[in-house]
Design a protein around this ligand. Structure first.
Ligand SMILES: *Cc1c(COP(=O)(O)O)cnc(C)c1O
Length: 221
């Protein structure tokens, strides 16, 4: 049995104060989330809408839920009423859909643009070219019900730390370049969400502001 409270305390002692911790609770039971919650942890990440909906009604309402997995546009309406942040925005269609669903209920949703930085083909995310083209054409400031808060990325699953480090450095460069070109006036655009259980130290060295950690807290899935 992992000692959840102890794991969180240890992680917090390793993270700079400027880096926030998203406790990734996917596949784990509500009782595990309660143990983490009781240590003061408030930000939790889930990757599936149905699982998130099942869990959130059983847990305190001051939890800040972050969606970190691929989101289908037809499911946006189920999470906009309560979600704190959607980290996995990987298409323009999805961005428009979040804006329009949020408008219906008069909320503004914090979003991160997920950028494809890994070698694997399977990982979702924008390419930098697509993003720049789109942001040049569309004035996202006109989408009043989303707030673009930065970028998110997942490195290749590999033991080659040089490779992982390069991918994180690339994500930081993407952030800087988007900031300079499109979000210079926006104080909201400041998050670089990168780093998981196996690579969060490398991510922090490369400028992460938010780590998403599951197995180091809750044990293997
Ligand atoms: C599962 C998941 C994590 C956490 O993974 P661990 O290796 O268990 O820390 C982080 N980010 C995303 C997008 C995930 O799907």
């Amino acid at each position: 049995m992992p000692d959840i409270a102890n794991n969180i305390a240890y992680l917090k002692s390793q993270l700079p104060a400027s880096v926030s911790l998203v406790a990734v609770s996917k596949t784990k039971p509500v009782s595990d989330i309660e143990l983490a919650y009781n240590t003061g942890q408030r930000i939790f990440g889930e990757n599936r809408v149905q699982e998130l909906l099942n869990k959130k009604d059983l847990l305190p309402s001051d939890i800040e839920w972050h969606l970190i997995g691929h989101l289908q546009t037809n499911k946006v309406k189920y999470i906009v009423p309560f979600i704190s942040m959607i980290q996995s925005v990987d298409s323009f269609k999805l961005l428009f859909s979040i804006d329009s669903e949020a408008q219906k209920i008069n909320r503004v949703i914090d979003c991160l643009l997920q950028i494809h930085i890994a070698r694997e083909e399977t990982k979702f995310g924008f390419s930098m070219c697509d993003l720049s083209d789109f942001l040049q054409k569309e004035d996202v400031a006109l989408m009043r019900n989303i707030r673009i808060c930065g970028v998110m990325g997942m490195a290749t699953f590999t033991s080659d730390t040089g490779q992982v480090k390069n991918e994180f450095a690339f994500l930081r460069k993407c952030f800087n370049s988007l900031k300079d070109s499109f979000f210079n006036e926006s104080s909201d655009f400041r998050q670089i969400s990168m780093g998981m259980s196996g690579d969060f130290e490398l991510a922090i060295d490369e400028g992460s502001t938010m780590v998403r950690i599951g197995s180091l807290i809750f044990g293997e899935r």
